[in-house]
Design a binder for this molecule. Structure first.
Ligand code: IPE
Ligand code: IPE
Ligand code: MG
Length: 237
């Protein structure tokens, strides 16, 4: 049998924390807490399975519209996670990077993020990219704005703007596009995640809620990916 194809870059929409809690009669924050534990697990699985880039959707630009209490709980968990997990990630050779609109995040969290990125910069086992306050349209608009500004000042010729130029102005400039996108919780939508980058990504939707996503579910998603035939618009066979 041939070796299974391991996706180089896996992106995950970690959905279903609220439903996980509700099913147990617990407050939503309990689901988010368990969700944070599942993150640790997913990072370990990714590294062990030979995935090189793992991008996790942690908080969307639209999630700011949730009740203030829930947003505050999520920021609290994030703060706790950044304080307690970074040393361990660093020890495991994980490079941590955050994409999203930092201007909307609390200042102390931005500091923690900068510290985590700085500490882990040289690690090469796994790139863990966490999307926080992230929106795909937001990202594309920001790139368009930067290019328009560069054109206005004469730094760039509008006729020379191609896909590569554009991609270099995204938050994912030096990160390859995801090969596999996994969404948990049974929802089958992209919810403004990595819109540009997912042009040819394989999508796998799982019925499991994010707090229940473990090694077995990760392997199942990779197995499904291995059965896909990627064509990129070309004729195969
Ligand atoms: C995902 O779980 C975590 C975030 C979006 C922050 P949800 O909070 O969306 O859980 P459901 O979808 O309500 O179950
Ligand atoms: C997407 O989940 C965002 C994250 C998982 C962080 P949502 O729960 O916010 O998405 P919708 O509202 O179901 O589309
Ligand atoms: Mg949700």
């Amino acid at each position: 049998m041939s070796q299974p194809t391991i996706p180089r870059h896996v992106a995950i929409i970690m959905d279903g924390n609220g439903r996980w809690a509700k099913a147990r009669g617990l407050p939503r924050v309990a689901g988010h807490r368990r969700g944070a534990e599942a993150v640790r697990n997913a990072v370990e699985s990714a590294a062990a399975l030979g995935v090189r880039y793992l991008t996790l959707f942690g908080f969307s630009s639209e999630n700011w519209r949730r009740p203030a209490d829930e947003v505050s709980d999520l920021m609290g968990l994030l703060r706790h996670y950044l304080r307690s997990e970074i040393a361990e990630m660093h020890g495991k050779g994980v490079r941590v990077r955050i994409i999203g609109d930092r201007a909307r995040l609390p200042a102390d969290i931005v500091k923690l993020i900068e510290g985590a990125e700085e500490t882990t910069r040289a690690n090469t086992r796994l790139d863990l990219i966490v999307a926080l306050s992230y929106g795909g349209r937001d990202e594309i608009v920001a790139a368009a704005r930067a290019l328009a500004e560069a054109a206005r000042t004469g730094a760039i010729d509008p006729a020379a703007i191609d896909e590569e130029t554009f991609a270099r102005h995204l938050l994912t400039a030096d990160i390859p596009d995801p090969d596999l996108l996994v969404r948990t919780s049974g929802e089958k939508r992209i919810s403004n995640f990595l819109l540009w980058q997912c042009a040819y990504t394989e999508f796998v939707f799982l019925d499991v809620l994010w707090p229940d996503f473990g090694r077995r579910e990760f392997e199942a998603a990779l197995a499904e990916f291995g059965r896909r035939e990627r064509r990129y618009g070309a004729v195969v066979g």
